[in-house]
Design a protein around this ligand. Structure first.
Ligand code: ZN
Ligand code: ZN
Length: 329
């Protein structure tokens, strides 16, 4: 199960209700910050998440509305050393711009307040462990070389059948770990237990694709095929399709067409322009792909295999953030 919390959902410039692009994807111990537009720090506080465990920052591309918040974040960390390490992932050109911002503007010769790492993304696996695989795929977007989208995929797993294990006399401890790892074990009484004796049928995990700005959809269909939730920009409406093409952005219709062609379960639109009403963006997309929502700042979605839930609207998120202030986080 993944959770995604939208911190900023506006295109290019903030509006009264929407901040610039940023979202947190949470999975088990991980917190991935995907993009970090200006104002992200305050949204992190409002969301109730605070600055803890912001160790992985994934950048879709290097346009300013997606990276300027890193300067403020680092500036805060220079005063309060709250994390040990920050690793920033992006295409080469993105990292170069971010390094200029952080080293030439913010740090200016000072030591970073944490271990600061930069990892250049290439298409393919970025991070994986026994539960999760994070894959980067190329995205085409105006004037920005090395743009990437991110696919978060929970690895298929077989649940451990506790009742079965108890019935077979498998004690708690290393034998169980070995069985989960696919090894046959022999119990002290000489009984041999195979993984199939205590593991249920394979369960496929949830998948979530997060694409930043994009200028075309035909090269994204395979990358996002069949995901439980697709997050992607919808900067324009179809009535301004020409302008969308000129600036290398998508219309709501194009985003919905991608969702339909790639057979995703749920489409979540973001990076929306203050030029339009949200209901018009939603109506245009839903005419093509009904399972569409438009994200709002501080909305939180839970993505499970075959199911997506809006778990928390902004009012509750604001209430949660007050508690966060009280504990001084
Ligand atoms: Zn943008
Ligand atoms: Zn952009």
């Amino acid at each position: 199960m993944f959770e995604i919390i939208f911190l900023g959902t506006s295109a290019s410039a903030p509006s009264v209700r929407r901040g610039l692009s940023a979202q947190i994807v949470m999975y088990r111990q991980y917190r991935f910050l995907v993009d970090c537009g200006e104002g992200t720090q305050r949204q992190l506080l409002k969301s109730g998440l605070g600055f803890k465990r912001l160790e992985h920052i994934l950048l879709t591309h290097g346009h300013l509305d997606h990276i300027l918040g890193l300067a403020g974040l680092l500036s805060t960390f220079m005063r309060w050393e709250t994390i040990e390490q920050m690793e920033i992932y992006g295409g080469r050109a993105t990292l170069e711009r971010v390094q200029d911002l952080l080293f030439k503007v913010v740090l200016r010769g000072a030591r970073p307040p944490m271990v600061l790492k930069f990892t250049e993304i290439k298409p393919g696996c970025v991070i994986q462990d026994q539960h999760l695989e994070l894959v980067a795929f190329p995205v085409t977007h105006r004037g920005a070389p090395g743009c990437f989208g991110f696919l978060f995929r929970e690895k298929p797993h077989r649940p451990f059948l506790d009742d079965q294990a108890v019935a077979l006399g498998v004690p708690r401890g290393p034998e169980r770990r070995q069985l989960v790892a696919g090894q046959t074990v022999m119990l002290p009484n000489g009984r041999v237990i195979a993984p199939d004796d205590v593991l249920g049928p394979v369960e496929h995990g949830a998948s979530l694709a997060v694409v930043g700005d994009a200028g075309r959809i035909d090269d994204l269909v395979e990358a996002v095929r069949g995901v439980d939730a697709l997050v992607i920009e919808a900067t324009y409406l179809q009535e301004e399709a020409e302008m969308a093409q000129q600036y290398g952005h998508l219309t709501a219709t194009q985003a919905a067409t991608l969702a339909q062609q790639a057979n995703v379960r749920q489409l979540i639109l973001t990076h929306v322009s203050r030029r339009y009403h949200e209901k018009d963006i939603l109506a245009e997309a839903q005419a093509v792909f009904p399972a569409t929502v438009v994200a709002r700042d501080l909305y939180r979605y839970t993505v499970r295999r075959g199911q997506i839930v809006l778990a928390q609207g902004p009012e509750e998120a604001v209430a949660a953030s007050e508690e966060e202030f009280d504990v001084g986080a």
